[in-house]
Design a binder for this molecule. Structure first.
Ligand code: NDP
Length: 292
């Protein structure tokens, strides 16, 4: 018991960030322009501000130039779109990211559609998602969290082809693209969502479980097939009076139970979370390499 090996997202993300940094310095040492990433942040959400700060720091560390526009939550939708468009026209910007969620009342789709597809490093453009779902075509960018999940499975030598996978969650940004990536890699995939009659049975049949439902510790130990690989995307705050800040982070998987059954499992924190930023840097580098 307690046999699961840990899939170290922090370590792997560090490797990827180093690979990106090397590729960037190969560019700049030839006198070429470094990649640029622009982040548009609207409003004062603390979590969003933290994510944006972390993304900018990661960029700088990798030699990627970061640009940003911060708008108050009183900004109009047109002002947000104009901020995106300014970066769309900026030849030093290879990738544009609109930090979600946008303030209530703003049309996310309308704002995101101002990001040109060749700068859509988040991979949220319906055309990118459509190409991911179309056999024989490749998207320009894959959404970072989904790409991070696959990268972890691959770098930890978890077999995918011919295996059975369950993805819990069907959001556009995590569950659905992850399911498509797994299917493209040769897995037989079932997507579990809030209308699924027996989520436990679906998961218990799977060699690979990806949990991205946003329900703290929903996937229990007895949902896991012995030896399965478990990728926990969830990031949830759980009250914990023993911690100074009063809470701790837990995933969408009950880690202590699942690790007794699984063959390999990602921790929270230190699993998928760091991979998301690493894949964003990778997407930004890819965008730069494609531009002339
Ligand atoms: P969403 O809320 O957009 O989607 C959640 C999905 O889970 C929905 O498809 C929903 O079903 C499904 N779901 C909700 N409750 C249940 C349930 N009881 N049983 C089965 N399915 C359920 O979340 P996101 O996809 O944006 O994020 C998922 C999780 O991943 C969150 O914990 C989030 O914090 C985390 N996250 C982590 C990131 C990282 O970098 N590690 C990045 C992004 C997110 P339905 O469609 O029917 O409503």
């Amino acid at each position: 018991s307690g046999a699961a090996s840990i899939i170290g997202g922090k370590f792997t993300a560090g490797q990827i960030r180093q690979e990106v940094a090397l590729a960037v310095s190969a560019l700049t040492s030839k006198g070429l322009r470094p990649p640029g990433l622009a982040v548009v942040l609207v409003g004062e959400r603390k979590d969003s501000a933290t994510y944006v700060r972390n993304k900018k720091l990661a960029c700088e560390e990798a030699g990627i130039v970061s640009f940003g526009t911060d708008l108050p939550d009183t900004a109009t939708q047109q002002q947000v779109i104009d901020a995106v468009k300014a970066f769309a026209d900026d030849p030093n910007v290879d990738g544009i990211l609109v930090q979600l969620p946008l303030p209530d009342g703003m049309d996310e789709r309308a704002v995101l559609s101002a990001v040109p597809i060749e700068k859509d490093v988040d991979g949220f453009d319906p055309l990118n998602l459509g190409m991911l779902a179309t056999r024989g075509t490749e998207p320009l960018f894959v959404p970072c969290t989904a790409a991070g999940c696959l990268e972890l499975l691959q770098r930890y030598d978890v077999p995918i082809r011919g295996k059975v996978a369950a993805v819990v969650g069907r959001s556009n940004i995590v569950g659905t693209p992850t399911a498509m990536l797994l299917q493209n890699a040769g897995a037989t995939v079932t997507v579990v969502h809030s209308q699924t009659p027996d989520a436990k049975a679906v998961c218990a049949n799977a060699d690979i479980v990806v949990a991205a439902c946003g329900v703290p510790e929903m996937v229990r130990g007895d949902w896991i097939k012995p030896g399965a690989a478990v990728i926990d995307v969830g990031i949830n705050a759980k009250d914990d009076p023993t911690k100074k800040r009063g809470y701790r982070l837990v995933g969408d998987v009950a880690f202590d139970e699942a690790k007794e059954v699984a063959g390999a499992i990602t921790p929270v924190p230190g699993g998928v979370g760091p991979m998301t930023i690493a894949m964003l840097l990778k997407n930004t580098l890819d965008a730069r390499m494609r531009s002339s």
